[in-house]
Design a protein around this ligand. Structure first.
Ligand code: AMP
Ligand code: MG
Length: 490
């Protein structure tokens, strides 16, 4: 073997937070094969990519040979799942190996998903299967390329083990990189047990890690809540502006860092529809596209509840501190959303009627069932003087023509190539289309990673026009989207 892979681990979670996790070892994989290494991310982390390939990489990323300095542990957390509280979830099939400081000085978690049972597994087998693991890889890279904060995949290893789902499927381990894995549910775990000193330790830990400007200050715990509100408002606004539907916004899937996490039943919307839901288990549409900002606020309120005992001895006084943060979330979000929408419209300044202009545009897309991504993208073409591709998306062209006149009038100095170019930098041509994702995953399970690699390449350059990418820009046939369902559990 060549030089052993080295990670410069510095494991603050293990060191600073005893009682927040269980030390645990990954299961051994019978026949590990490294299927995918994220070279760019590995380099970002300061890793030697050559040392991570081949047998050494397979042994490492399947969990058979841990890198020196790892302190594998299963994190404890709780969570509201579809509104109902589960006091103990935790890493049932994940392990935090440790943290490294990346080339830009940022602390990043390195974690496994699918590495076997832990004390938090409840009835589960602790495993992950190849299709959903590759799905998380693909969606995470797509979101990253779209400029949206997200956890990312560093590697995928096949374990050589058959994992039972509704049929036997190939087992795999995903290695995930995150700003941290602390969730709203992590706070809830300790708050629900009345362990307020632990909540305080956790809050101070995440302040040091994510909001160091607040460290040691009076009022820092309220400051943390405000910082999380800011990050989540910005994140959800970005999701909404690309048509991303997370699908399972339980409080254990909402990070304190503001990164998107846990790509389970997520999907990108095709025709614009606030009621769009793809998850097979989301019968009530709780996590529908249009509900996401409301759910983010609801989750934020659950975080706020855990912090109350830290804020004031008097419960009413503590509630009075957090309520403005919760109440202001919708405005905070609306502001971030509109900021993004203005950029999508090619507007460089703000006018009072902009929100109405966008609302009317979205209403048009909805009533005429127009593809969200292509509509925005072709609006850029309209800015460049070719409204044809945009008009072709609508059956009632008079309606879109009338709206286009208003949009043009709003651009007091006129629209042209300059606006078009700016718009093409924020309105993607390529998103991971659901039917193409499914096609790539099905091929991977059959043994070919070619479609996966091709799709990955396409979604990694979402703003670029190219003939070879045309297939990746096309929506699915409407019947396919109407029947499309996603499933929980990686
Ligand atoms: P998720 O749906 O991935 O957000 O997971 C929700 C909870 O279920 C977490 O506590 C997971 O660790 C746990 N879980 C999901 N799948 C499994 C599995 N196959 N084995 C054990 N625990 C699991
Ligand atoms: Mg989860």
């Amino acid at each position: 073997m060549s030089n052993a892979p080295t990670f410069a681990f510095d494991n603050s979670y293990a060191r600073d937070l005893p009682g927040f996790y269980v030390d645990w070892q990954p299961a051994k994989a019978p026949a590990p094969v490294l299927l995918k290494l994220n070279d760019a991310l590995a380099r970002e982390l300061g890793l030697d990519t050559d040392a991570l390939r081949g047998e050494a990489g397979a042994a490492l990323f399947a969990g058979n040979q841990l890198p020196a300095g790892a302190s594998p542990l299963a994190q404890a957390y709780a969570g509201h799942q579809f509104g109902g509280f589960s006091p103990q979830l935790g890493d049932g099939r994940a392990l935090l190996l440790g943290e490294v400081i990346d080339r830009q000085g940022r602390r990043r978690d390195i974690a496994f998903k699918g590495s076997g049972r832990t004390p938090f597994s409840r009835g589960g087998d602790g495993k992950a299967v190849l299709g959903p693991v590759l799905r998380e890889y693909l969606l995470g890279e797509a979101m990253h390329a779209l400029g949206i904060p997200t956890t990312r995949a560093l590697a995928v290893a096949a374990t050589g083990e058959a994992v039972m789902r509704d049929q036997a499927l190939p087992g795999a381990v995903l290695t995930r990189v995150a700003a941290s894995h602390v969730r709203v549910g992590t706070f809830q775990y300790f708050a629900a047990r009345g362990e307020h000193d632990q909540v305080r330790r956790l809050a101070d830990y995440v302040i040091a890690r994510h909001d160091p400007a607040l460290a040691g200050r009076d009022g820092r715990h309220l400051g943390l809540l405000q910082a999380v509100a800011q990050r989540q408002a910005a994140l959800i606004a970005q999701w909404m502006n690309v048509g991303f539907i997370h699908g399972v916004m339980n409080t254990d899937n909402m990070t304190i860092s503001g990164e998107t996490i846990d790509y389970g039943p997520c999907a990108f919307m095709e025709a614009y529809d606030p009621a769009a839901v793809f998850s097979s288990i989301d019968h009530g549409g709780r996590y529908a596209y249009g509900n996401q900002p409301l759910i983010a606020r609801w989750n934020l309120a659950r975080l706020a509840e855990t912090l109350l005992p830290l804020l004031a001895d008097d419960a009413d006084a503590a509630v009075a501190q957090v309520m403005p943060v919760i109440d202001e979330f919708p405005a905070l979000y609306a502001d971030r959303l509109l900021q993004g929408q203005r950029a999508k419209l090619g507007l460089a300044d703000a006018q009072p009627d902009d929100a109405q202009l966008v609302q009317d545009w979205l209403a048009l897309l909805q009533t005429q069932q127009v593809d969200f991504t292509l509509a925005w993208r072709h609006l850029a073409d309209a800015a460049a003087g070719d409204a044809g591709p945009l008009r072709d998306l609508f059956f009632d062209r008079a309606a879109v023509d009338a709206w286009l006149l208003r949009w043009q009038a709003r651009h007091a100095a006129g629209v042209g190539e300059g606006q078009a170019e700016a718009m093409r930098r924020v309105n993607p041509l390529i998103i991971p289309r659901n039917h193409l994702v499914e096609e790539a995953l099905a091929a991977a399970v059959e043994g070919s990673l070619v479609p996966f690699e091709q799709l990955l390449t396409a979604v990694q350059q979402p703003y670029i026009e190219g003939l070879q990418l045309a297939r990746y820009a096309e929506p699915a046939p409407r019947e396919v989207t109407a029947r499309y369902q996603t499933f929980c559990g990686t």
